[in-house]
Design a binder for this molecule. Sequence first.
Ligand code: CP
Length: 310
Amino acid sequence: MRWEQVFKGRDVLSILDFTREELEELFSETDRMLSDPARYRGELSGYILATAFFEPSTRTRLSFQTAMLRLGGSYIDLGELERSSVAKGENFADTIRMLDSYADVIVVRHRLEGAARYAAEIAEAPVVNAGDGRKHHPTQAMLDLYTVRSAKGRIDGLTYGVLGDLRFGRAAASFILALSVYRPRKVYLISPQLLRARQEVLEALERAGVSYEEVSDLDSVLPELDVLYVTRIQKERFPDPAEYEKVRGSYVVTARALATAKEDLIVMHPLPRVDEIAPDVDSTKRAYYFKQAELGVWVRMALLRLILKG
Ligand code: CP
């Protein structure tokens, strides 16, 4: 297979657009960069990345910008919406058209589902979905899989627990969808009833023949888990604040609560966290969430190189 044809100029909209072989190539490229970063220093010299975030971000925006700088490229950023022409009423399509004429790749985050796909229809440059509403966050899923692979040496055959807001959380949904591309031993979807995973996510697991179970309580499944993926309750996506109040603070992972877990359980989180992982977990060897964010830069470096140069 010619990877140049597979990746060059490609939009990155959903993790389900990628085959297992394509993800493995991305991870191999990430391995190569990590093992010899100096070799890639000027790799994207002359290329420009545009970041357009219509929703807040720390990791995704800054890690894409860092990735571009580390490869010798540059970036432009739409910046605060109040200081862009969005504040004067410029519509999304015109904004994307402009970025398309300035940059070689566009990274977009928007609260509306399908916004990145719409941007990809407008732009000739490849568009990377950095999160569209509660739907997709494909590069988060890529770096999550890469983190599991780094920590465990494999993605297949493990037992996963995905804990938290599976209804509104796009990182959680994308991670679950990503697992459907692999062969996990079992996936436990752990959440209060109100925050259960959406039907389309469950259907993806079913289509892939992945064994899963929806449960409300972490303790009952914790001893089986190899990976615990914790997510924040997405307060900003609740249509009704009263609904949020019903689930607020309904789970907190502490070092003590993990006492019955396997010795080598790893705890992941896409971040930002609010209060769902207590700070006392940070200093344990289980805590992988900061490493996860760090690896995100490398995975995004590999992805940018593949989609810009093949
Ligand atoms: N994980 C993630 O998407 O973080 P940010 O919202 O900070 O980009």
